[in-house]
Design a binder for this molecule. Structure first.
Ligand SMILES: *[C@@H]1O[C@H](CO)[C@@H](O)[C@H](O)[C@H]1NC(C)=O
Ligand SMILES: *[C@@H]1O[C@H](CO)[C@@H](O)[C@H](O)[C@H]1NC(C)=O
Ligand SMILES: *[C@@H]1O[C@H](CO)[C@@H](O)[C@H](O)[C@H]1NC(C)=O
Ligand SMILES: *[C@@H]1O[C@H](CO)[C@@H](O)[C@H](O)[C@H]1NC(C)=O
Ligand SMILES: *[C@@H]1O[C@H](CO)[C@@H](O)[C@H](O)[C@H]1NC(C)=O
Ligand SMILES: *[C@@H]1O[C@H](CO)[C@@H](O)[C@H](O)[C@H]1NC(C)=O
Length: 551
């Protein structure tokens, strides 16, 4: 039987070859056309190979934890080549029944080896150790060295930071959930990065996790998330002149209640280009119902050292030139749900936080759908961002360990939309719409093949989203779509980088820390000045809010 799964596969394969842009939350494919499978890891730039190396947790549907640590390499942070498992889950403290989380790799000049560290634990999270393995090659295989308690203490979520000025490397770790723990440590390694030497700072009793530090000329910014398991929350940052502190009060780095655009912190990267220095936030977009299908949420950070401020700068789709360091947002064409046709029980509902004061709700199964018409396509694959709302679970707030409803329901976490182009069922794509806070509209992308011309239709229905026997076919509420141009062909990419900058980044390209272009025509289109009724006022595409606040 040749079903939509096979069709989907060939579609995805074609997509793999074309990936030139960074699309936060999209299904990223490697050069073989498989999903990039390296979660909660790090990216290390390796001078000898001239490549960026991505390491992370290898997750499959059958083995969502303990599957080992994978390695990928890339010349440009977009094209990823898979090198297999760098650390195989067969050895002590790395068996599939044990916890192998948040791996980080760096190179030791002293040993001449690549050193990998991670959170090593037993199935019950009671060992709280740090694993260590080495390899003469960046891709591995890494040989297990040890799993130890850092300076005799507990270690849970693990991060690593190398100071570009001093060359020193530090381990970052939360120290567990016990009443005695709940601190976060910055601890210096020896020069060999083979042993921890000294605690340089302890964030007291913040009970945060998923730590990463980004360094600027003047500052260190430490980002961490709250502890809400695989449900995202509002990530915070602290600033300091020195790793030893004093550290500032924490603040929230993304628009309030977007839960950091549905992501958790994990790593960050400083890219020094010929024109600009760009700071990348590299978060994980978990999906509690399918951890193995977690996405990557990489977006530039806007850092203002004078104000001591750091915030994420959202783009649905952007070009990152690692040579110049310039970030170029890609401009798309917006289609509003107020103009779309509804069927069955789907209807346009008043929503003062939505575009045109209106959102399409009641999307369900095959019968109740929304269809966008008159969509212009170019005859190839194009990224389409679906701006949606889904307030099933944590719509009431962000309480960790909160229950989905007060009468003992189950977590639903996401709805799955069905997306069909031009009424052709073989084009079916699954739109995973993760839970959002009330009044918050977020976007999630899919790559679709549109025909050339302006006659395309995109229809959204609901698919089976069975969680713990709780069967539902509800689709997300839809605000609008943005259709992006096709990505440049692989061979064209380098050349295209330059063109892109001229096309979208003319004279008004500014560069203070982050190089970002002012794109004409992107203005906030919702009224609601002040938005005091919305607690943070997040209601529209991120850049729109930024522009309004004059960033
Ligand atoms: C550096 O670390 C490696 C890996 O543990 C070890 O084999 C080597 O002996 C260490 N070298 C020194 C000089 O400490
Ligand atoms: C984990 O907890 C279970 C249930 O309490 C127990 O049977 C098992 O031995 C524990 N495993 C370890 C490695 O402590
Ligand atoms: C272990 O961590 C706790 C909590 O951070 C701290 O109070 C204690 O001093 C640490 N113990 C050692 C041996 O470092
Ligand atoms: C939707 O349509 C498909 C194919 O026609 C069918 O197999 C499926 O049962 C339908 N689902 C619902 C919820 O009606
Ligand atoms: C929905 O999915 C669940 C889990 O895969 C399955 O058990 C159930 O039969 C499905 N229901 C329908 C109507 O397709
Ligand atoms: C919906 O909002 C957009 C953006 O402000 C505007 O261009 C468009 O005309 C509006 N559509 C309707 C039907 O009001």
């Amino acid at each position: 039987m040749f079903g939509y799964r096979e069709l989907l596969c060939s579609l995805l394969l074609a997509a793999g070859a074309a990936s030139r842009w960074i699309v936060p939350g999209g299904r990223w494919l490697d050069t073989d056309g498989n999903r990039v499978n390296a979660h909660a890891g790090n990216v290390y730039y390796d001078e000898p190979s001239g490549k960026y190396w991505l390491y992370g947790e290898y997750k499959t549907e059958d083995t969502p934890e303990g599957g080992g640590i994978s390695a990928y390499s890339s010349p440009d942070l977009v094209t990823w080549q898979f090198h297999g498992l760098a650390l195989d889950p067969e050895e002590q403290m790395v068996s599939p029944s044990e916890v192998v989380q948040r791996p980080k790799v760096t190179y030791s000049d002293i040993s001449g080896l690549y050193h990998m560290w991670w959170h090593a634990d037993n199935e019950n999270y009671t060992a709280l150790l740090q694993g260590f393995a080495t390899s003469p090659e960046p891709e591995g295989p890494y040989s297990f060295v040890s799993a130890t308690a850092p300076l005799g203490n507990w270690s849970q979520d693990f991060g690593m930071f190398t100071d570009y000025k001093s060359g020193e490397t530090y381990a970052l770790y939360s120290n567990g959930d016990t009443v005695e723990g709940r601190d976060n440590y910055i601890t210096r390694y020896n020069a060999n990065v083979s042993e921890l030497e000294e605690v340089v700072y302890r964030f007291p009793k913040f009970d945060l996790e998923a730590p990463t530090i980004i360094q600027t000329e003047k500052s260190y910014y430490c980002m961490m998330s709250h502890k809400t398991g695989y449900r995202p929350n509002n990530v915070v940052a602290f600033r300091a002149d020195s790793l030893e502190g004093p550290w500032s009060q924490p603040w929230i780095i993304a628009p309030l209640n977007t839960r950091t655009y549905n992501s958790q912190s994990g790593y960050s990267l400083r890219i020094v280009g010929s024109k600009a220095t760009t700071y990348l936030y590299m978060g994980d977009q978990w999906d509690l119902s399918s951890i193995w299908d977690a996405r990557y949420l990489w977006v530039p950070m806007n850092i203002d050292d004078d104000e001591g401020d750091l915030s994420l700068e959202w783009h649905d789709v952007y070009d990152l030139n690692v040579e110049t360091g310039v970030v170029t947002p890609i401009q798309g064409q917006t289609y509003y749900s107020v103009d779309a046709e509804v069927s069955g029980d789907a209807y346009h509902q008043e929503a003062n936080f939505a575009t045109n004061n209106s959102i399409v709700t009641g999307i369900y199964g095959n019968e109740s759908k929304v269809t966008f018409t008159g969509i212009e396509g170019s005859g190839g694959l194009q990224w389409v961002s679906f701006y949606y709302q889904n307030t099933d679970d944590m719509g009431f707030g962000d309480q960790p360990q909160g229950s989905p409803d007060r009468i003992g329901g189950t977590w639903k976490i996401r709805r799955i939309g069905s997306v069909i182009v031009n009424d052709d069922p073989s084009t079916l794509e699954t739109l995973y719409a993760r839970d959002t806070h009330k009044g918050i509209i977020l976007s999630t992308p899919l790559q679709l093949k549109l025909e050339q011309g302006s006659h395309n239709t995109i229809t959204i229905g609901g698919l089976n989203n069975s969680v713990e026997g709780n069967i539902d076919f509800q689709g997300p509420d839809i605000d609008r779509l943005i259709v992006y141009p096709p990505e440049p062909a692989a061979g064209e990419a380098r050349k295209h980088h330059g063109q892109m900058e001229e096309m979208y980044c003319p004279a008004n390209c500014r560069s203070h820390g982050l190089a970002i272009c002012d794109i004409p025509g992107l203005q906030k289109f919702h009224q609601g000045g002040g938005n005091s009724h919305m607690g943070g006022g997040w209601n529209s595409a991120p850049w729109e809010q930024k522009r309004e606040h004059g960033r």
